[in-house]
Design a protein around this ligand. Structure first.
Ligand code: SF4
Length: 488
């Protein structure tokens, strides 16, 4: 997959010729015990990793907000279908195979291993990665059919031994007694596995298993707990080994920037504009509409807009953050020039053309290196330099004092003490995008519209200011539709 592993992955044929073997993916469920061997392009390397990161970020947000498994699935499922689909071997009894199936499984396999490289660097990152990956594996295991689950058990040797029927009968009294100590009741036909007792500490601790001679008798219905323990333990160990091997990658100046970018946070997905939810009207925003659209802006962009209106000026980083956001919501370069020119009302035409015009055109790829710059994501904004005196860029959840943040939120109409308490807690835990999602949910409620409709349950969390805007506009449209129907 990458240079150092590639060397190890080479296999010698009879003729001493080096070939790299492509892996087969006969099963959907993967414990990721074998690293991928074939080469992929750098574009695939980055794109696949980012797609998996989107899914893991959402899982982490749900875990942080103590969402139960059902709600987590509701939030993560649409992202999984979009970014990391994994089709089963058969659909409605018909065999499902082909290149699409292989591509999906290959992407799943590679993206997992790429993110291992990004998240093995510190203990904290490893812990978060293992947690999110284990939840993902759990969701996939539970959505698999029995044949797929059996295929997983047959493929990976977990070292469990099926208890023979006669032994089970002779121990039935003890097995029943163990289960009566817990809230769990096995069925009379339950089959049992034996495993070393230290492999199932939670089951032993909660007295869900009978232990004899150093082995625990685990009912088959508790298998999931065993599999998840295996999965997370193996992944933890593998990450530690990868972390030790990582310095060898330092020679590769193509991969390091990508890995550094990925490890900047779990909340770093690039923004992909959703054309169906762009600004109200025709998907094109005019300079004259901006003030009326501010209610759809997240707090970071409202702060910049307020400062711009108050001071008729914004400093460089503020102009960059706000200008690219406005570009993302549909402001063309001509409209952007008009917007900034009228907003900088205290400055002369000459000064504007000399000092600001170039930068605005540059952001649209019309000057200099002609790169088409994207709006900045929350992760980028959060990791950029903090605003100094007279600067207003950054994320208010991170950069405002607690009192200023609460005052700003009250200005948005957030007065619910529970919400404000939750926001304070999120901020103290450095979960700024979670605080932002919480505020979105609190400010986007309407009778007759499923709430929250924007982000949060069933939808993505806020990971990008433009995503916040899109979802807010989408919400307003739904409210309008419901109102229209009620008036009929
Ligand atoms: Fe803006 Fe993101 Fe901070 Fe929300 S979390 S205020 S969208 S930077």
């Amino acid at each position: 997959m990458f240079r150092t592993q590639k060397k190890r992955a080479l296999e010698r044929t009879n003729f001493g010729k080096e070939v790299i073997r492509e892996q087969d993916y006969p099963d959907r469920l993967n414990m990721y015990l074998i690293p991928p061997l074939a080469e992929i392009t750098l574009d695939e390397f980055e794109e696949w990793a980012l797609d998996r990161l989107r899914v893991l970020s959402e899982i982490e947000t749900c875990l942080f907000r103590n969402r139960n498994m059902k709600m987590t699935e509701q939030s993560v499922k649409p992202l999984l279908e979009k970014y990391l689909p994994l089709s089963p071997n058969s659909v409605s009894g018909r065999v499902n195979k082909g290149s699409q199936l292989d591509t999906e499984r290959k992407k799943d396999h590679y993206s997992h291993f790429i993110l291992r490289l990004a998240f093995c660097r510190t203990e904290e990152l490893r812990r978060r990665f293992v947690k999110a990956e284990t939840v993902l594996f759990r969701m996939r295991y539970l959505s698999a059919d029995v044949a797929e689950q059996h295929a997983l058990l047959a493929r990976y040797n977990f070292g469990w031994t099926l208890v023979p029927e006669d032994e089970k009968r002779s121990l039935q009294e003890y097995l029943n007694f163990a289960s009566s100590e817990s809230t769990y009741t096995p069925s009379p036909n339950e089959s049992y596995f034996t495993v070393p007792f230290e492999r199932v500490p939670e089951l032993v601790e909660s007295r869900k298993v009978f232990v004899k001679g150093g082995v625990a008798y685990v009912p088959a219905s508790q298998q999931l707990s065993l599999i998840l323990t295996e999965f997370s333990e193996k992944l933890e160990k593998a990450l530690e080994i990868t972390a030790r091997a990582l310095p060898r990658l330092d020679e590769d100046d193509r991969l390091l920037p990508i890995l550094a970018h990925l490890s900047k946070g779990f909340v770093a997905p690039e923004y992909i504009p959703d054309n169906s939810t762009t600004a109200p009207g025709h998907g094109v925003v005019r300079a004259s509409q901006i003030d009326s659209l501010v209610p759809h802006f997240p707090l970071c962009m409202r702060t910049l807009h307020t400062a711009l209106r108050r001071d008729s000026h914004l400093r460089y980083f503020g102009r960059q953050q706000y200008g690219l956001f406005l570009k993302g919501i549909g402001l063309s370069v001509e409209e952007a020039l008009g917007f900034w020119r009228s907003s900088f009302s205290k400055c002369t035409d000459e000064k504007f053309n000399k000092e600001y015009r170039y930068n605005i055109r540059h952001n649209y790829g019309l000057e200099g290196n002609r790169r088409n710059y994207k709006p900045r994501s929350c992760a980028q904004i959060l990791t950029d330099a903090a605003p100094g005196a007279n600067e207003h860029h950054g994320c208010p959840y991170r950069h405002f004092s607690e009192d200023n943040l609460v005052a700003a939120l009250q200005g948005l109409g957030v007065s619910d003490q529970g919400v404000l308490r939750g926001v304070r807690e999120d901020v103290r835990n450095k979960q700024y995008h979670v605080a932002c999602t919480r505020v979105f949910e609190a400010t986007h409620k309407a009778p007759g519209v499923n709430s929250p409709v924007g982000v949060g349950v069933g939808m993505e969390s806020v990971t990008h200011p433009n995503l916040y805007y899109d979802r807010s506009v989408q919400f307003a449209r739904q409210v309008e539709t419901v109102d229209g129907e009620n008036r009929k």
